[in-house]
Design a protein around this ligand. Structure first.
Ligand code: SF4
Length: 119
């Protein structure tokens, strides 16, 4: 919109635009990682550090979850890893526990639409 002196007046942002900007400016992940950084101590033996299939720690099915849990079972950093996962509200397998937003869950959640149930 043009004003009396010929300049353009900035339009007022809609609530939807403001929400989109808030999402861009959301620094929660950065703040939490800053408060609970991953230890860089070379003596910490992360059991999955060089694992050939790291995607198992973000499992899509029960087989992937079982494989991740078996790796975690022999990991020396298990308690530290779980503590980080809980504090940073992580997702996936941390310390031998499947987390969703930092909360332990029992099963892998299926992606996509739920199955149709016959009426
Ligand atoms: S406990 Fe953590 S660091 Fe150890 S193998 Fe499992 S996910 Fe990796």
């Amino acid at each position: 919109m043009e004003t009396m002196n010929g300049r353009m007046r900035p339009s007022t942002a809609t609530s939807q635009e403001i929400r989109a900007l808030e999402n861009i400016l959301n620094t929660k992940g950065v703040t939490v990682a800053y408060e609970h950084p991953t230890p860089r101590d070379p003596d910490v033996g992360w059991g999955c550090a060089d694992h050939a299939t790291p995607e198992i720690f973000d499992p899509d099915d029960d087989d992937m979850l079982a494989e991740a849990l078996s790796v975690c079972g022999g990991c020396a950093a298990r308690l530290l890893c779980l503590d980080l996962g809980l504090r940073r509200a992580e997702w996936g397998v941390w310390g031998g526990v499947l987390l969703e937003d930092g909360k332990p869950i029992e099963k892998v959640k299926r992606r996509g639409r739920p199955r149709k149930v016959a009426a």
